[in-house]
Design a protein around this ligand. Structure first.
Ligand code: IMP
Length: 439
């Protein structure tokens, strides 16, 4: 029955996000019939360059850039209809049509027009303890989902009287949260009805479509947004996003069984970045941080915020390997390290008189941790654009080998630039049509 099971892979972030998942997903897409997003919302930002042309995708899987590939948005995703329409229009301007290829789960929850406002308000109320969210209304939409007052895509297309009741209930919950607020539910109702009508052609039973495709022998790539250390359960809580970005989210966010996942590819930068608040043990400051930020163009694809930069944290990646069962890493942005005299790798944390080799659960403890570093020599010959592992400078090869050792996983893909082809495929199986079985 599950003859298809080993042919699908999940691609997800192994650090704090922005690892370059978009490029990896885009590059691997030709091997798959479909790409399915399982969590998050338009807080994500995947930047993909194709023939020098830049595409920034937030909600729609970057697989949409490949003709003939079906792109699915699962029930685990929260959808801001206006952001979705804007993205569809942007793609159309770039000559890409989504009709017939975009499928949106009828069970996905809607980000309502005022969720964004609630996001901003909740951050303001937290004051110094703010999360540093993307202010896109993601958290409040998931809160409504878990609070069982959320509005789903199918609700927009069903019985209008029931929808009116649901909207009234949701708006009154919102009004209770904001002092002296008396938002009228009717304009919200009218707006969401219009959203539903516009989305109607794309609405689908995504779980069923995936099962049907897989039963026909078609293969699927499950695409994660954000990353493991931002996972609501396994990340640096409360400085996390509000969904399961790690591999468990694939099953709950798409309605597929665990056995559907034949392999898990973690995407990690050759250093570390984080945007928003919360602990980042290897964070650098001063000239070195600026150097990484500028050469890595470390500014948020969604919000433009400068990213915090630091050395590679093997404790965090090892944790990610454990949580997700990573089969391999795609190591990205190696070229950003070109020209550095020495490069540090964090292999453990020093916390008081203890040395921790496992990632701590308590964010207060993590904040007090000092990284334990190993120093490696850098390289002067550029790696930018190198496509053959043996052409990398010896010091870069040694750096990758050490990262693999301390992370406990092999780097099957190494990315050396933003274009699709600026990539080293180290495992020959990645180049063949059946690579997925061997990941
Ligand atoms: P939210 O997802 O907007 O609620 O933000 C929660 C945390 O996740 C904040 O620290 C954000 O900066 C972070 N975050 C959300 N989406 C991304 C992303 O795509 N890349 C990196 N960080 C993200």
């Amino acid at each position: 029955m599950y003859g298809w099971m080993k042919t699908n892979i999940a691609v997800l972030g192994a650090q704090w996000g922005d690892e370059g998942k978009g490029k990896i997903v885009d590059m691997l897409t030709p091997h798959f019939s479909a790409v399915a997003r399982y969590q998050g919302g338009h807080n994500a930002g995947h930047t993909v360059y194709v023939n020098g042309k830049k595409f920034v995708l937030h909600l729609i899987p970057s697989g949409i850039l490949h003709a003939g590939v079906t792109c699915l948005i699962g029930n685990g995703v929260v959808i801001d209809p206006q952001a979705l329409f804007a993205e569809v229009e942007e793609l159309a301007r770039g000559g890409i049509t989504v009709d017939g290829r975009l499928k949106i789960s009828e069970k996905a929850h809607i980000i309502l027009p005022y969720h964004r406002e609630l996001d901003v308000l909740s951050e303001a109320r937290r004051g110094e303890r703010k999360i540093g969210t993307t202010s896109r209304g993601i958290g409040p939409a998931y809160e409504d989902k878990i609070g069982r007052r959320g509005i789903r895509v199918c609700d927009l297309l069903g019985d209008r009287t029931a929808l009116a009741d649901e909207v009234r209930e949701n708006v009154s919950a919102r009004n209770r949260m904001i002092i002296d607020s008396t938002l009228d539910w009717k304009p919200v109702f009218d707006q969401v009805v219009a959203f539903g009508e516009r989305m109607r052609p794309w609405v689908d039973d995504v779980s069923l479509s995936l099962h049907t495709m897989m039963a026909e022998g078609k293969t699927v790539m499950f695409e994660g947004a954000q990353a493991t250390l931002l996972d609501i359960d396994h990340g640096t809580y409360p400085f996390v996003t509000s969904s399961n970005a790690s591999v468990g989210g694939v099953c709950t966010g798409l309605g597929v069984p665990p056995r559907a996942i034949g392999g898990v590819l973690g995407v990690a930068k050759a250093y570390t970045t984080r945007v928003g608040e919360g602990p980042l043990p290897t964070e650098l400051s001063g000239a070195l941080a600026d150097r990484l930020r500028e050469s890595g163009q470390e500014y948020g694809a969604s919000t433009g915020r400068p990213r915090r930069c630091g050395w590679y944290d093997a404790v965090a990646v090892r944790y990610s390997v454990r949580i997700n069962g990573l089969d391999a890493l795609a190591l990205t942005k190696l070229d950003v390290l070109d020209g550095l005299e020495r490069i540090d790798i964090c292999t453990a944390y020093r916390c008081g008189d203890r040395t921790l080799t496992e990632f701590p659960s308590d964010v207060a403890q993590l904040t007090q941790c000092e990284p334990v570093y190993e120093s490696m020599p850098g390289w002067t010959t550029p790696t930018a654009g190198v496509r053959d592992f043996d052409r990398l400078p010896a010091a870069a090869r040694a750096y990758i080998a050490r990262l693999e050792e301390v992370s406990g996983v092999r780097a099957a893909i190494v990315s050396t630039g933003s274009e699709r082809d600026d990539t080293i495929l180290r495992d020959p199986s990645f180049q063949s049509s059946d690579f997925r079985v061997q990941i």
